[in-house]
Write a protein that binds this ligand. Sequence first.
Ligand code: SF4
Length: 903
Amino acid sequence: MSPLPLPAIHASHSGCWLRDGAGTTRGAAKGEAIMAAADTPLIMLNAPLVASRLGYPDLSGLDLLELFAFIHPAQFIVPTPKGIAHALGLAEPASDDGVPALLQLAAGTLLARCEEPAWKERDGAWSALQSLARLRWPWAPLLAPRIAKPERAERGLFGKLPEWEEAPERPQPAQVSLGPEEVAARLAALTGSGAEVRAGQQAYAAEAARTFAPRQKENRPHVLLAQAGTGIGKTLGYLSPASVWTEKSGGTVWVSTYTKALQRQLRRESARAWPSQRADGSQPVVVRKGRENYLCLLNLEDALQGGFNGRAAIMAQLVARWAAYSQDGDMIGGDLPGWLGTLFRQRGIAALTDRRGECVYAGCPHYRKCFIERSARASAQADLVIANHALVMVNAARGRDHAQRPTRLVFDEGHHVFEAADSTFAAALTGTELIELRRWVIGPERGSKGRRRGLAARLADLASYDEAGGKAIAAARHAAEALPGDGWLQRLNDGMPSGPLEDLLQAVRTVTYARDESGGQEAGYGLETEAAQLDGPFNELAGAAQSALADIRSPLIRLGVRLEAILAEPPDWLDGSGRARIEGARASLAWRVDLIGAWEALLERLGGPADPEFVDWLAVERGDAREFDVGIHRRYLDPMKPFARTVLEPSHGVMVTSATLRDGDDWQAAIARSGASHVDVQPHLSLSESPFNYADQAEVIIVTDVPKGDISALAGAYSRLIEASGGGALGLFTAIRRLRAVHGRIADRLARAGLPLYAQHVDPIDTGTLVDIFRDDPRSSLLGTDALRDGVDVPGHSLRLVIMEQVPWPKPSILHRARRAANGGSAHDDRIIRARLAQAFGRLIRSRQDHGAFVVLSAAFPSRLLSAFPPGTPITRLTLDEALHRVAARASGVSVPTETASE
Ligand code: SF4
């Protein structure tokens, strides 16, 4: 395979290397590298990352990742030199200075693939390339001579995608009981006869089977809370009874997760219990996500036809290449590379999904090929639906089809159910939400491109057929003029709000700033103040805003009634697809009516006494010193109340499982957080201890001599610990500011030692890809915040050290203060911290072979929090030097006795 003889560049934290077309590599200063890139397009890997390493944001060139996305759409790759070498079967570069040569060779290899007859993804490439050439994509001239025009015209994406089929509704499941023997036999079959018999897993599966027993009373589901230590094998533990039940009853079980990593694991493991296809071609296992995850074909078509310009248009072409090969059209966490969006440095990916509820359903020319419709239909026929907490709750709260609601549910990663319920049942009357409503009713403002259209355009045929419906649409459109429009934030900044809602937002902003108590310390970050003691003029503005919202809601209700009437007595012209469109419109209308009603209730209460069910506050959202939203927020004090009503009550069996449900030995908080008491059910409790030998596999070290608030000392401790373990460290921070400060101080030094350091909020790479990179390179380390605390599943040697900068105290927000007061004060804080510590510790030991240390750089670590760690885990308080010694010894495989240092 010959390298592409064009210059290439590689930049890391340890330096920068240029290689010319003749094959000479040399180190270069940043300024020189930038000049070289400006002169001629250089081959590079991940242009935004190279740009950030060089400190030159406008850098562009021949990005190998773009070429890879064109040639192998929907194929997984870790976007690093090592990753591309593996994907193409090339030798890994031994050091940074070998990378430019690899890039030239990888480019040559990829280009040569297009000439191979066996190239799998040839179909559609020639047509896509013609469009990309028109868009002046830098790779197009290099690809053009290698991709021959096909003899027969290629079918476009929209002609090529398969159509979904309608299927009859499934009958309701039979009421069956599961015997312990059949569950045990299924578990044995799923784990394989060669697998060791795990008593803990068998007991767990038997407990899980309780969830599937017939319900004895209406609205009283079986609720099982099952704590299962890491390593029990809980997925197969509950999939065993679930698969027996679906087989015997003909029903569907939903498993809901919080992280994509677990969704992937479930997809893999479910293959042991179900085939990938049934005899009739349907799928017994379906992954179902919220609609905002999937590609909307109508949006894509619009983007391809001029809705996107410049680089965004190139991205749309690469997305179209992917869509033709994608398994399910899932853009977020599916087979679309997570890095594709960040290569184009914009939110283009989100604009291609259906975020705004503007789907026109059967009115859409791609309805029969739509990925979202396909997944919804497939899940109605499935035995097992793998979903996430947010989708399950949103579906329950405002799902279109009641018959499709899950009745047998397993919430894995159950410690996140509370948070998911908290955000699902929240209300936020903010500028961003209001402008969204305006666009939904009126359509986008003049000058904006795209297919997005208002209510009148979406229901034009109805308006001409039904006079009352037409009038309701016109009235809603007129009333929605009162909502904030484009430029609202600027008008608020200028003190020139327009309309009753902007007037209110202006007042919210003024009050929030006036009451700020942070003394400027929080400059650049969000501000909030409780919605109390608001004066008369404020309440008058709230009243005016409330009636403006009511003026929008009433015609929407009238329109909903008309839609119902049309469905009840359909006119001749209403065919099946028209009916589906009206049903779709009715569902999204009902949701907006509820939303506006919740906003009105929120405003109604501002002038009156507080409602003890809710916590309300005013907020100005800021990030990097820029305001991006202003508004009033409402949360349930206990979001498990609406959860119980909408999710538990209609269910027959619900299992909540996690490695960290209990607080130490205490079940009380877990029971309260299940919502069971709100439906008058006593949950069944089950406990399975982890089979891991924590005393041998892990240790917790509390470092006693890193002074609090000293960033240099903190950075020094991080870099020395990472050096001591030779990488493989996950660093967790409670504040982005500190994360950035530490990263800025240590990344170059570590890179020079051959220890790459990646960081959330610093590197222009999405979190999922960061974790992939970290997993792939045992010498790399990763810094991050909350999302990494339990979104990382990296078994084995790649993760052998977790470093926490300090005790993860909860943010003292207004919401937290209210819940703290309602739940036992500092005991509530302690519970939260212990749960966070347990989750973070859980990253370390994922299998029986894993070993590692968990280091907290906080001398003031209270002993009452130590019960967060699994029983038997050695815990020591040491100086940094002693800790380094132990971490280094552990990394080199030397056994490190802990007796002398134990607490
Ligand atoms: S049916 Fe809706 S979501 Fe699907 S492609 Fe059409 S507009 Fe997009």
